[in-house]
Write a protein that binds this ligand. Structure first.
Ligand code: PMP
Length: 393
């Protein structure tokens, strides 16, 4: 067999891809074991039938041929309107590229921002695919570490140091895996650094409808930031449409135009009936979004109550997204050992913090994606397990 490209063989960076506990949990479930699955950011509800009806009607009406590569005008307009409302920055369809999910948008954004071999910064802890997406785009990922005591928010000095010679910075608010929502001060620091060092800012905002405390601020809204910010959005989390693969990039027209060339030569767009379903969903305003967010809002309160009643497991204050990040350092176990042991002894699957980067060592991420009573029971067991391990030290 001929040799595969280094581009493709290096996507995972050589080490574990961080999904070991998840894969073990899936294998146990396949073997018939009852596992409480708190690993992945997948809703426990399905796409609203009204959205599926719109999808079906569109397909029956014949929107099954090649769709416009940048996205339909109507959907690009709807996304532009959404961004104008969120940011106050005039946004029109020429600022929007529709992509097959936020994941494809992350890849495309880095292709636009980075030449081969450029340094692309991202904040650790991070959504598991970030370094791989950057490598797949031909750039070199470089993590900016953060600390639990700073709620994993990037600090200005670390940002400024890393920015020297870099091409782009990727941020994510509301954040997966930490559940933090970047405050205005953090975003101001980020904006200052990327302007001073002439970087692109890639802003992953796929959890923008899931904010429990404070409010979501898009850096596109900050002074002189629209010209250097690529906003990543998606219908996956906001409308429980993970399987429909519908996302977008909002950026200056001078960025979107060449990104359309990339789409023409890679994805060739997104199915028209999926786009029509997304348009229908966005036209419903916040009603559907709030219905999708409500269980996570409720379960995050529940988690705070359960965790607040004990003192072994710490919690990073969660303000958004469908996760809580727990500090299990009192057990002296790594996040990975803790997650593996919890899976083996109690059939509860959580993600090791280390799966999201070295900064989250000694932590585990819990997805709030099971029914309230199952979540309460699992968190209670997790806390008891942590207490046993802490006293056994
Ligand atoms: N960004 C973050 C932070 C995510 O958590 C996810 C999915 N878990 C994505 C992007 C990609 O989502 P999708 O491709 O489904 O839009």
């Amino acid at each position: 067999m001929p040799v595969l490209s280094t581009r493709i063989t290096s996507i995972n960076g050589g080490g574990s891809d961080g999904w070991d506990v998840f894969n073990r949990a899936r294998a146990m479930i396949a073997a018939g074991i009852d596992v409480t699955e708190l690993t992945i950011g997948e809703h426990d509800i399905r796409t609203d039938p009204a959205i599926l009806n719109a999808m079906h009607a569109s397909a029956l009406n014949g929107h099954t041929g090649y769709a416009a590569v940048p996205g339909t005008n109507a959907l690009r307009d709807a996304v532009a309107t959404r961004l104008t409302r969120q940011t106050g920055v005039a946004t029109n369809r020429d600022n929007v590229l529709i992509t097959p999910g936020g994941q494809a948008a992350l890849f495309a954004a880095h292709v636009a921002a980075c030449s081969a071999g450029d340094t692309a910064l991202f904040v650790d802890p991070f959504y598991a695919t970030y370094p791989g997406s950057i490598r797949a785009a031909g750039a070199i990922p470089q993590a900016i570490t953060t600390r639990a005591r700073d709620r994993f928010l990037p600090q200005r000095d670390a940002l400024a140091l890393a920015a020297i010679g870099a091409a782009s910075l990727l941020i994510n608010t509301p954040n997966n895996p930490t559940g933090t929502v970047y405050p205005r001060e953090t975003l101001d620091d980020i904006a200052t650094v990327v302007r001073d060092h002439d970087l692109w800012l890639i802003s992953d905002e796929v959890y923008d409808t899931q904010v429990w405390d404070g409010s979501h601020i898009s850096p596109r809204a900050l002074p002189r930031m629209a010209e250097r910010t690529l906003v990543i959005g998606s219908m996956s989390k906001s409308h429980a449409m993970t399987g429909s693969r519908l996302g977008w990039i909002v950026a200056p027209e001078a960025v979107i135009t060449p990104l359309i060339d990339l789409a023409t030569n890679t994805t060739y767009g997104v199915p028209g009936y999926i786009q029509d379903a997304a348009l229908f969903a966005l036209e419903q305003g916040s009603t559907l979004e709030e219905a999708v967010a409500a269980p996570f809002r409720r379960r995050r309160m529940l988690a705070q109550q359960i965790l607040g009643a004990q003192s072994v497991v710490g919690q990073i204050p969660s303000q958004g997204a469908m996760y809580v990040m727990l500090d299990i350092r009192a057990t002296a176990l790594s996040g990975e050992s803790f997650a593996n042991a919890l899976l083996d002894t109690h059939h509860i699957a959580v993600m090791p913090g280390e799966s999201f980067g070295a900064s989250a060592a000694g932590h585990v991420r819990v997805a709030l994606t099971v029914a309230d009573d199952a979540l309460a029971q699992a968190l209670g067991t997790l806390c008891e397990f942590a207490a046993e391990r802490a006293t056994a030290r």
